[in-house]
Ligand binder design. Structure first.
Ligand SMILES: [Zn+2]
Length: 470
């Protein structure tokens, strides 16, 4: 009964959201906060819509998520071979968080966390079939309620209405509909969205690119930077969306030269993507948005590239190459700096609300990155069949599926690349962290569990493009 009520009132909320949409001509009052009033019964079931108490210098908000981009490929802490001049330049004007973490190892769980401020066990969008409950407010709903023009240029099929993400958009471009997922198309679409937006409204722009996501098919000029030698081996995607998956399963024999090629293709995608990032920034500057915008650059998770013998992401592993992500914040109030405290994607939503003078739900784990972060704050990770946490420099991962349960304990201070599993050697530490993990995960989640997701053909096609489904 309760869940039915939630879905009915959530539908009312969504209907109101779409009712607010309007062109530039009638934008003057259509975007006023009162036009997005939340019915009282929704207030009883969802966290309160943040109030806006003050207004600072931040006028606009830009969220740029580069899917699957490893932290060690992003300046200023990128591996020396990585050519990424636009992000290197960007980092000089930003607060760079050297130790930022995702909440998961794949898109849906991680982006649900970023956009709601909730850990995975609280938002519950854990598996391919889960739909994010509409009782969890998304960042764009909060900003739209405060008069922002909300625009998304999105290239991952999980960020869609079937999975509960398509809410409160004034304008959204899905690559699943346009077939324009490559970065240069994304940059073009951003240019168009910026040119056509109502200029008298504050803007929330969310750009989600997937160039670093498989299939790795970068331009030849970028490949030659990393692997100029002739190559005739097994590594060629050629439209095979499940190529990485077949490597992961051991169906493709990978020699040393093949592994080198695969990593070169990934790195070449990083360099290709850097040019598209530069183009998006130029478009924002041209529109006069950049100086007054809070700009967040991050990734939803990383990618395995044989660091621990496997490839891809989203499987039952929580190594650093999967959960350590780039995070940079720039804009009014953010003097360029390097910060070493552990930050989280959970901090993004409070950071945005704080910059706009909006109230922050005190039950959230995340904190505004404008302030000091707690010196010690356990950060949880969760994906289907595995969960874990980082407490200081100790990292615990418990794989619960398939049986038998497997436990890993790493000391990142001594062993940053996670070569030595200390679980057997330090049972007391495993017990302490396991107890802490279970205590922190004791909240109940309210995600809708749907066994037969009704996907649109275009969504199914794009998930296939990304290698998620057959
Ligand atoms: Zn992703």
């Amino acid at each position: 009964m309760v869940s039915l009520r939630i879905s009915i009132v959530a539908a009312a909320l969504v209907a109101l959201g779409s009712g607010c949409r309007g062109g530039a001509s009638d934008a003057s009052d259509a975007f006023a906060p009162e036009a997005f009033e939340i019915p009282s019964e929704v207030r009883a079931l969802t966290p309160p819509m943040p109030a806006r108490e003050g207004r600072g210098r931040v006028q606009h908000v830009v969220l740029f998520v580069a899917d699957t981009l490893r932290a060690d490929r992003v300046p200023p802490r990128a591996l020396p071979r990585i050519h990424s001049p636009a992000l290197a330049q960007h980092a000089k004007s930003a607060v760079v968080f050297d130790e930022a973490y995702s909440t998961s190892n794949w898109t849906k769980s991680a982006m649900a966390s970023l956009l709601t401020g909730l850990e995975v066990h609280r938002h519950g969008a854990l598996t391919h079939e889960h739909k994010l409950s509409e009782s969890h407010l998304l960042l764009m709903e909060m900003l739209k309620a405060h008069g922002f023009y909300t625009a998304g240029v999105l290239t991952n099929g999980y960020l869609t209405k079937e999975y509960g993400f398509d809410r409160a958009w004034d304008r959204v471009v899905h690559a699943k509909d346009s077939g324009r997922a490559r970065g240069h198309f994304v940059a073009e679409d951003v240019e168009r969205v910026l040119a056509e937006r109502p200029k008298d409204k504050p803007l929330f722009l969310y750009v989600h690119t997937t160039d670093a996501h498989s299939p790795y098919e970068p331009p030849a000029r970028d490949v030659s930077r990393y692997d100029p030698d002739p190559y005739q081996g097994a590594v060629r995607f050629r439209g095979d969306k499940l190529f990485l998956e077949r490597i992961r399963r051991g169906e493709i024999k990978m020699r040393r030269r093949d592994r080198q090629r695969l990593v070169a293709l990934y790195d070449a995608e990083v360099t290709y993507h850097d040019r598209q990032f530069a183009r998006v920034k130029r478009a924002l500057a041209k529109e006069g948005i950049l100086d007054d915008a809070l700009f967040i650059f991050t990734s939803d998770h990383g990618e395995e590239l044989f660091d621990h013998g496997s490839v891809a992401h989203g499987w039952r592993r929580l190594y650093q190459e999967l959960v350590h992500v780039p995070l940079m914040i720039s804009g009014p109030g953010y003097e360029p700096a390097r910060r070493t405290e552990q930050a989280s994607l959970l901090d993004v939503l409070p950071t945005v609300l704080d910059a706009l003078g909006m109230s922050i739900d005190p039950t959230l784990v995340g904190r505004s990155l404008a302030g000091t972060l707690p010196s010690r704050r356990p950060l949880l990770f969760e994906s289907y069949g595995i969960h874990g946490l980082l407490d200081g420099h100790k990292k615990l991962a418990i794989r619960t599926y398939p049986r038998p349960t497997a436990v890993q304990l790493f000391d990142l201070a001594r062993d940053p690349f996670e070569h030595t599993n200390l679980a057997e050697e330090q049972p007391d530490e495993v017990a302490r962290l396991t107890e802490l993990l279970h205590r922190l995960r004791s909240d109940l989640h309210v995600a809708s569990r749907i066994t037969d997701v009704e996907l649109e053909d275009s969504t199914r096609r794009q998930l296939r493009e990304l290698g998620y489904i057959d």
